[in-house]
Design a protein around this ligand. Structure first.
Ligand SMILES: *Cc1c(COP(=O)(O)O)cnc(C)c1O
Length: 387
């Protein structure tokens, strides 16, 4: 077996997506062969005992190299889910007594993990309403070891100025970690904006076909090795078949996400002119409060948006969703197919209506993951359902 000859970082993102990490098989096949064995000869392994749970099988090596190169990082690890990446990534940094600064409008699973950090690990987390150097300076302590970011946010697509936050963290000797799931490496390059660690739910845009779960962490080789040790103990590894599926899927991430960027921009503009729509949250729109920052730090505005139907009639909302034909009302995001969710029913269903209102999440808010279908067909589906 031999590695594809292309060197990382000297080639463009689409070439990395297709070639980097690929292990050609002995037969000359251009795809990394699936190696599902759990019993692997080890006498010549020099202490690095080959076992899938140790993250050292060929399918892990191939896809983790690809992901590291996509983000321009030194090393990467691919885990069973995005949540396992968040857990391992944070536990590799923080110990009992330490303190973390995090925004309050974080992904729901991450928010639940914060409770676990507090209760089981004695790691203190301050949730900040507005991520600015001033608000961070007000909450920082001598024990602060990490600033944890997520932008664009779910479901309102709020934008945080990454370079501003990482500069503040650097000045204060604190590490930064970002959840780059919504933007994907195609649209946002956090290492170039000063972040130390990047995390992905690879279930979303990296997988891209709504048929696998995975997570990824990208950082220095020393840091990723710490994550690997923790993840091996907790048993957070992904099996060879799904690693192979993920590797195959990432090859098209550039073409998929670019199509989603174009579709979403066209659809957001169309929705914002429709009388049945009260508000559209999409960073590509000039009316979006984070538009200028997004323009600076993103190369595309992404395939995620949310919008509020006019009025306050939940029957009308449900009727609208029922009438959709091509667009599915379904969990998750980032797939080739367009999907919608009602955040009040899904990601934020544990909050009261009043608590949601404080966050700006109304009952009429719909989150929209725009797929790669033809924009005109998506618009027709919306148009029919809005009548
Ligand atoms: C889905 C998601 C996660 C969690 O990933 P899983 O693969 O579902 O474990 C984390 N962050 C964001 C932004 C997500 O959308």
């Amino acid at each position: 077996m031999s590695e594809s000859k292309h060197k990382q970082n000297t080639i463009g993102l689409n070439s990395i997506a297709v070639h980097t990490g690929t292990i050609h098989d002995a037969f000359g096949g251009v795809n990394t062969p699936i190696q599902p064995s759990t019993a692997i000869e080890y006498l010549s392994s020099n202490g690095n005992i080959p076992y899938p749970r140790n993250f050292n099988i060929p399918n892990h090596e191939a896809v983790s190299k690809k992901i590291a190169a996509l983000e321009g990082g030194e090393s990467a690890i691919v885990l069973a889910t995005g949540m396992s990446a968040i857990a391992a990534g944070i536990l590799a940094i923080a110990k009992p007594g330490d303190h973390i600064l995090m925004q309050n409008n974080i992904y729901g699973g991450t928010r639940a993990f914060v409770e676990l950090l507090r209760e089981k690990h004695n790691i203190n987390v301050t949730l900040i309403t507005s991520m600015t150097p001033d608000s961070l300076a007000q909450s920082v302590t001598n024990e602060t070891v990490l600033v944890y970011l997520e932008t664009p946010t779910n479901p309102l697509l709020e934008i945080i100025d990454i370079a501003l936050i990482t500069q503040w963290a650097k000045d204060n000797g604190i590490l930064t970690m970002i959840d780059n799931t919504f933007a994907s490496p195609v649209n946002q390059r956090p290492f170039e904006l000063g972040c130390d660690i990047i995390m992905h739910s690879a279930t979303k845009y990296m997988g891209g076909h709504s048929d696998l779960m995975a997570g990824a962490l990208i950082g220095t080789a020393v840091y990723i090795e710490k994550c690997r040790k923790i993840s091996a103990i907790y048993g957070m590894s992904l099996n060879a078949v799904d690693l192979s599926l993920l590797e195959r899927s990432i090859k098209t991430i550039g073409v998929r996400v670019n199509q989603q960027n174009a579709n979403a921009l066209e659809i957001a503009e169309w929705l914002s002119k429709h009388p049945g729509i009260a508000k559209v949250h999409y960073p590509g729109l000039q009316s979006h409060p984070g538009h200028d920052i997004a323009k600076r730090q993103m190369s595309g505005f992404g395939g995620m948006m949310s919008f509020e139907l006019a009025g306050n009639d939940m029957e009308y909302r449900n009727d609208f969703l029922q009438k959709l034909r091509m667009i599915s009302v379904a969990t998750s995001l980032g797939g080739v197919e367009s999907t919608m969710t009602i955040p009040a029913q899904t990601s934020h269903n544990l909050l009261t209506s009043e608590e949601r209102a404080l966050l700006g999440i109304t009952d009429m808010l719909i989150r929209f993951s725009v797929g790669i279908e033809d924009a005109q067909d998506i618009i027709h589906d919306l148009e029919r359902a809005l009548q």
